[in-house]
Design a protein around this ligand. Structure first.
Ligand code: B12
Length: 370
């Protein structure tokens, strides 16, 4: 178990959260009980292993903190589902995860106020009751029967073989044969990247493979830009961004590119953007839509904080806020909890939902209809 769950990089802060604020102490208390209860753990992992266990439990606590803050036991259950697959890949028995979650629940519940303790019990309880029935493997994302499934498979194989030229050639050939940018985004890049994540999670590939595949895909997406920026402008502007600390930027880049292809002026700010810069960009770009992305569940609180900061600004015409990303896809109602105006599960749906939000009058005026 030690060091299997890699910690989120960068400063981890959720404004005065009773679990996050005492994460280190809580993690140490949990691990002390684990090592006392199972001396075999110490024999197996030693002192270095103990520190790694503290890191892993610290990661569990970040996810628990977020589930508790948004009162969403489902969010923690989804995290347990992810850890179960991760641990299964390296041969850690399910029972060990279950017992360590029980210890975590008791340690945290005993050290926080009664209202938080009740939420902790309910979140961990949901994870524990789901645990036995949760799968030990995730189904593959790249499937031959899916649209462009064979291309996605060859593209992924090329990336895993470290052959960026081949990956680029596959995309160039597919484009020449009529594949559109939305096809390539949704049926080749998206499933490939998700499959790369699944392979990393099950330890079938390394972080180096993951980084290479990501960088290569970003470069190949860049080559498609002439096609993306060809649509006629409609006088509509949007800003797309990740919250601070969030490094997963490809999903929201795809969202921005879909807006661009629909004739919007998209302003993609990328990963890890601070709140003040986002607010400034919204003003400078006179944006009707703010599209916010979070992938790491521990960043959901930052989405809520960003939305609150945007809402607190004086606006002549406030931007509508659309959210999306991994945790929002797992828990369908989470977008309401963070105070967004809407959510879209993917780039394809995002533009239509945004255009519903701004209303037909604005949309048609922009299009020169009214
Ligand atoms: C590439 C990658 C990275 C790269 C990111 C580089 C970059 N420049 O973007 C790096 C190496 C930095 C990274 C780091 C980490 N990662 Co990572 N990563 C991935 C991976 C493999 C692909 C992400 C991706 O691009 N997906 C493809 C896009 C197109 O899909 P998408 O993001 O879901 O976006 C679509 C929708 O969600 C939606 N959407 C997204 N945003 C928005 C916004 C709006 C407004 C709307 C409407 C819609 C929308 O539309 C998009 C297009 O259709 C995923 C696997 C996965 N399942 O996605 C893991 C994954 C997300 N990472 C994971 C983890 C654990 C981490 C780390 C904590 C540890 C690590 N692996 O190093 C760190 C944390 C870093 C941080 N602080 O953010 C886990 C998360 C699990 C969990 N339970 O939270 C995953 C799922 C891998 C796995 N299977 O275990 N990662």
């Amino acid at each position: 178990m030690p060091g299997t769950v890699r910690p989120v990089q960068g400063p981890i802060r959720i404004a005065s959260n009773p679990i996050v604020d005492r994460r280190e102490d809580l993690a140490r208390a949990v691990v002390a009980i684990q090592f006392e209860r199972w001396p075999a753990l110490y024999a197996r992992y030693g002192e270095t292993g103990r520190e790694r266990c503290v890191e892993d439990v610290g990661f569990h606590l970040l996810y628990l903190a977020e589930a508790v803050a948004s009162d969403s036991p489902a969010l923690f259950r989804e995290y347990v589902a992810w850890v179960k697959i991760l641990f299964a890949g390296i041969g850690i028995p399910d029972g060990e995860l279950g017992e360590s979650l029980e210890i975590l629940r008791d340690v945290v519940a005993a050290r926080v106020d009664p209202a938080t303790a009740a939420r902790v019990r309910s979140c961990v309880g949901e994870g524990l009751s789901a645990l036995p029935g949760l799968p030990r493997e995730a189904p593959p994302f790249v499937r031959p029967e899916a649209p462009l499934g064979a291309l996605a498979r060859s593209y992924m194989d090329a990336l895993l073989a470290g052959d960026r030229r081949r990956a680029t050639a596959l995309v160039t050939e597919a484009t020449a044969a009529g594949a559109t940018v939305p096809d390539l985004y949704l049926h080749v890049f998206q499933p490939t990247l998700r499959e790369i994540g699944r392979l990393w999670q099950t330890r079938a590939i390394t972080v180096a493979h993951e980084h290479f595949a990501t960088a290569a895909t970003q470069a190949i997406m860049g080559q498609l830009y002439p096609a993306i920026f060809a649509a006629e402008r409609r006088g509509l502007s949007m800003v797309a961004t990740c919250v601070s600390g969030e490094q997963h930027e490809i999903g929201v880049r795809m969202v921005a590119d879909f807006f661009e292809m629909a004739g919007w002026d998209s302003h993609y700010l990328g990963a890890n953007t601070p709140v003040t810069s986002i607010v400034q960009a919204l003003r400078e770009r006179n944006a009707r839509i703010l599209a916010v992305s979070a992938t790491i569940t521990a960043h959901v609180g930052r989405v809520a904080a960003l939305i609150a900061a945007v809402r607190a600004e004086p606006w002549e015409r406030p931007p509508q806020v659309l959210v999306g990303g991994y945790p929002f896809n797992l828990v369908p109602d989470l977008w309401r909890t963070v105070g967004a105006d809407a959510f879209a599960p993917g780039a394809e749906e995002a533009v239509a939902i945004a255009e519903r939000l701004i209303g037909p009058a604005t949309r048609d005026r922009a299009a020169g209809v009214a």
